[in-house]
Design a protein around this ligand. Structure first.
Ligand SMILES: *[C@@H]1O[C@H](CO)[C@@H](O)[C@H](O)[C@H]1NC(C)=O
Ligand SMILES: *[C@@H]1O[C@H](CO)[C@@H](O)[C@H](O)[C@H]1NC(C)=O
Ligand SMILES: *[C@@H]1O[C@H](CO)[C@@H](O)[C@H](O)[C@H]1NC(C)=O
Ligand SMILES: *[C@@H]1O[C@H](CO)[C@@H](O)[C@H](O)[C@H]1NC(C)=O
Ligand SMILES: *[C@@H]1O[C@H](CO)[C@@H](O)[C@H](O)[C@H]1NC(C)=O
Ligand SMILES: *[C@@H]1O[C@H](CO)[C@@H](O)[C@H](O)[C@H]1NC(C)=O
Length: 397
């Protein structure tokens, strides 16, 4: 092991020795005739792979032996990133990720990068070593740019309607065949059907696509749906928040009374509660209105509406209807409100008591008409039975 390392160091030294003096050689400032290298600058997304086609020539007077070694190295550092022989020469940072794929003796300097890292960005230079024939193609540096790995896209992000099946598509960033993505979905919504496929473009890049069929319900409104694309070792995701549209539902409550009152009756004590609350759950927001018969009492657009009962309406049993409507449907609920006129009774009793108390004083005055006035008032104001009750209670005082 030590022995090999020593050799590597020696080799590295030799490489440096040959590389460094060249630009200073004055006469060699220009490209040596016959030595050409052709490779296009490459752009690779972090985590993905790329195949870099490359070819080179040597002067016609020179021929390459089968044992020629091709070396790709960084220009900024002495790091060898790929070599056609002696893999041990390759620096740790790129070992196994950079591969010289071309047959060097055929003038093919193609190489590949897999699982690209941001640190791979930079300039690279090709070199051949064939016995004493050694040359660095420093005039044809290759630029490698590493971009962020793009997130997949989810479509459509438009209208999801409760109960209606819809297809959602996740499209991954195009990647070479060698490192194409694998799509998975995450979220609360139940996926009924999944269909994964690929589309290959002219450059040979593969776009992974996944179609899912879902039937959203109100339960999934505002929940996230995530699409994750896993490439060799790296993954990227994107999420949408499901906006599920659904028709309104409503709940009627009466402050001071427990429970819900839609399609029920409630008895309120006069003076205690004069409000009916209609809570509406819908998406999009509903038009909410309170009705008495076919008379509209109050309306709004929102998540609820409180009806303040006017004094006029506090009479017998009155049925109020709350109606909520949005583009997906409408719903109504009624509440029958009976007002118990307890305060009214008390007031009358109080009056009677006062009158009865006054009676003894008046009796002393010898006025006999008082009982008759009492009966008359009661008849006018009260129903027969109540009047009788009052008269019954009067002797007790
Ligand atoms: C050499 O590489 C260049 C650029 O990559 C390409 O256009 C050309 O066709 C290649 N030549 C051969 C003989 O492969
Ligand atoms: C160079 O080598 C690469 C990788 O093996 C190959 O795909 C390509 O076709 C070769 N180019 C030529 C011109 O032979
Ligand atoms: C994609 O991921 C799924 C789930 O993890 C796995 O079963 C499948 O083998 C993967 N496919 C590929 C091509 O990696
Ligand atoms: C999505 O990616 C982010 C990082 O970009 C990560 O924090 C998050 O956990 C990922 N979410 C899922 C569901 O994989
Ligand atoms: C209403 O509910 C609360 C809490 O559940 C309870 O304490 C209270 O007694 C209830 N009132 C009536 C009138 O039922
Ligand atoms: C109340 O009555 C309406 C009309 O009959 C009906 O559509 C609604 O479902 C009922 N609501 C409840 C909670 O019973």
């Amino acid at each position: 092991m030590r022995h090999i390392q020593a050799q590597i160091c020696q080799h590295g030294f030799v490489v440096l020795f040959f590389l460094l003096p060249l630009p200073g050689k004055g006469a060699d400032r220009d490209q040596t005739p016959g030595y050409t290298l052709s490779a296009q600058p490459v752009l690779v997304a972090s985590g993905l792979c790329v195949e870099i086609p490359c070819n080179f020539t040597v002067p016609a007077s020179r021929t390459l032996s089968r044992s020629v070694t091709g070396i790709w190295r960084r220009t900024e550092t002495p790091d060898i990133v790929a070599a056609s022989t002696e893999a041990s020469m390759v620096s740790e940072g790129t070992k196994g990720r950079f591969t010289l794929t071309g047959k060097v003796h055929e003038g093919n300097c193609s190489f590949s990068i897999s699982n690209a890292r941001p640190a791979d960005q930079g300039f690279y230079e090709f070199r051949i070593e064939d016995g004493k024939h050694r040359y660095s193609y420093q005039w044809n540096r290759l630029r490698v740019s590493v971009t962020d790995l793009p997130e997949p896209t989810i479509s459509p992000v438009g209208e999801l309607i409760a109960g209606k099946p819809i297809t959602l598509t996740c499209t991954a960033h195009p990647a070479p065949q060698g490192c194409k993505g694998n799509i998975t979905w995450g979220g609360r919504i139940n996926i009924e059907n999944i269909y994964n496929y690929e589309r290959e473009d002219q450059a040979g890049k593969v776009t992974s696509i996944s179609d899912i069929t879902v039937t959203p319900s109100q339960r999934e409104h505002n929940s996230p749906l995530t699409c994750t694309v896993t490439y060799s070792g790296v993954s990227t995701n994107s999420s949408i928040t499901l906006d599920v549209q659904y028709p309104p539902s409503l709940t009627i409550t009466v402050p001071g009374h427990n429970g819900t009152y839609e399609n029920k009756s409630v008895t309120v004590i006069e003076g205690d509660t004069k409000r009916l609350r209609c809570e509406v759950n819908s998406n999009p927001v509903a038009d909410v209105s309170w009705w008495r018969g076919d008379e509209i009492l109050s309306e709004t657009s929102g998540q609820g509406l409180t009806l303040a009962l006017q004094n006029d309406y506090i009479a017998d049993t009155v049925t109020y209807t709350c109606l909520a409507r949005n583009t997906h449907g409408s719903v109504s609920g009624t509440v029958s409100v009976t007002v118990a006129s307890l305060t009214h009774d008390k007031k009358t009793n109080h009056l009677i008591i006062l009158m009865i108390r006054g009676l003894s004083i008046l009796a002393l005055s010898g006025i006999i008409a008082v009982p008759a006035v009492l009966v008359m008032r009661c008849r006018k104001k009260r129903r027969q039975r109540q009047a009788e009750d009052n008269q019954k209670s009067s002797p007790e005082n």
